[in-house]
Design a protein around this ligand. Sequence first.
Ligand SMILES: C[S@@+](CC[C@H](N)C(=O)[O-])C[C@H]1O[C@@H](n2cnc3c(N)ncnc32)[C@H](O)[C@@H]1O
Length: 320
Amino acid sequence: MNQLVEIVDRNLEMMVNLALEHVLRFGLKYGIFSRLANGMSYEKLLSAIPIFNKGYLKRLVDTYISLGFVEESDGFLSISDLSFGLNLSAKDLEKLFSDWVQIVEELYKMADYAFISAEHPKILMDFDKGADFWDMRLLMELNKAYRQLAADLLGLEDGMNVLDLGCGSVSPVELGEAVGPNGKYVGIDFSPGLLSIARTRVRNARMDWVVLREIDIRKFVVKNTYDAVVISFVLEYLENPGVTVKKAIEALGPGGKLVIVEPFRDNYPKIAALEFFESLTKEFIRFPSCKDVIVAIEESPYDVKVEPVGNSALLVTRLV
Ligand SMILES: C[S@@+](CC[C@H](N)C(=O)[O-])C[C@H]1O[C@@H](n2cnc3c(N)ncnc32)[C@H](O)[C@@H]1O
């Protein structure tokens, strides 16, 4: 299990670093850094840069501010020294998957595409219209690794009853297999496109213990039912992730476990670079902070134990 934690964390770190390298590339390519070398008002910069999608350009400049590359004071922008480096040991390198690189390269292209027009800035990574692209993302080795980590942390085994919030198209078969025909897997998701892909896989695998429901997570209510609840890479699409986390704990029976998998922003200091690209999905808000999620968990009326696992997972056990 420790090996899986390391694999997930190292790959996410690398993904953040590549995103960082790419947002810096945009700064060079569109002449943002050269214009800022002597300082400039925010407004003047936005009109000077030849990008039509000013909303997304603003997001890029705000990303530089969050990353500490650009400073803003009273609407005036100035640039700090840029430094960027990678430091990877041979042990880290052996943990890196290569398949997600092609996927993030598509995100970089989508970002460039989004710059072209003032219209439709957020149509490029739609969970529904772009379900096939999302499905490709969810099939990557990294995604398989974090779902395996979730299953291991929950101790999923034959006969267990599991609820997956924002299940996507791949987890239903993978986690459904872990609980087997004596168990039950319930996946909820609001994307008919992703659910349709999931249903085809479930049908082909003849897994009639896997139930899929088209529901918005913000509307689900279940009490004291499940042995395990999974929330993986979903909280970043919710305005108030704490509400969902509390409802997930409520869905557990006594002794049940909840696993949350996310690149928690307090553990990935350069996460704003990746967020710039993830914001191409219109529902994307921000990756949650581990601290805030723990506060929400501790506000739950149930007696719980919380254990951080590496930089990207939290395991919550409902004690009674
Ligand atoms: C990045 S994918 C992760 C899928 C899956 N949990 C996994 O890790 O393989 C996010 C999923 O959350 C779903 N989702 C996002 N917001 C949702 C909401 N408010 N209600 C239901 N599903 C939601 C999306 O449709 C998508 O399937």
